[in-house]
Structure formats: C-alpha cells, structure tokens
Ligand binder design. Structure first.
Ligand SMILES: [Zn+2]
Length: 120
C-alpha cells in the first residue's frame, strides 16, 4: 500500500477546537429540551410556557444544527459533518476521515478511509 504524506494533525488544533465547540453547543441544546419542558409543564400557566419553550428550543436547534453543518474540515476543506443533504454529527470528517480529536491523539498508522468519500 502506498503511503500518503499527511500534515501533522496538531496544525489543525484551532479549527478542530471550533468544530468541537459547535458540536458541544448542538448536544447542549438537544439535552436542554427535557429539563426546560419539565420546568414549563410544572408552571401554573403550563400551556403558554410549553409553547414558548418548544418554539424557542426549535429555533435554537435549527440555528445550532446550521452552525454545526457549516463547519469546514481543516484538512480537506469540505463540510465536516455534512455530505450532500445529509447531516451526520459523527466524530470523523465524512470526506477525509480526520478524527475530531486528531490534534490530541497520536498519529494513526492505519489511516481509515472516509465512509462517504466521493473518491472511490
Ligand atoms: Zn475532511
């Protein structure tokens, strides 16, 4: 198998940190739904507050998914979590298989291929 020279993943640290932040934001918004809805349903005016919580959460979810979708991979410059119309918040780039923590882990000797790569 021919070896391909790949740059040191530590060069991508700043951009990978941004991608990790966007993912964290997404998971926080998803996780906030249940506690926020429980608080809303405990209030005396629960119909109004459940509607407010649901609509606010839905808007936040759309914004954070959009924010995470538009994260570019520092290695291949493609959208990290998006392949065509599909959003998959996996831990590897959908195009070049760069791991989300590639800057923190030792270099991979057996570089995995991207599952959804255009080049086959
Ligand atoms: Zn990539």
């Amino acid at each position: 198998m021919e070896e391909e020279h790949l740059p040191d993943p530590k060069e991508y640290a700043a951009e990978l940190k941004k991608i990790r932040f966007r993912r964290l934001l997404l998971w926080l918004v998803i996780g906030a739904y249940l506690p926020a809805m429980m608080v809303a349903l405990d209030s005396p005016d629960y119909r109004k507050w459940a509607t407010v919580v649901f609509v606010s959460w839905l808007v936040l979810l759309i914004l954070t998914v959009g924010y995470a979708c538009l994260a570019r991979c520092p290695r291949c410059r493609e959208l990290f979590h998006t392949h065509g119309p599909t959003f998959l918040p996996l831990r590897r780039c959908l195009h070049c298989a760069l791991h989300i923590t590639a800057d923190k882990r030792p270099p991979e000797n057996d570089h995995p291929r991207a599952r959804f790569s255009k080049k086959r």
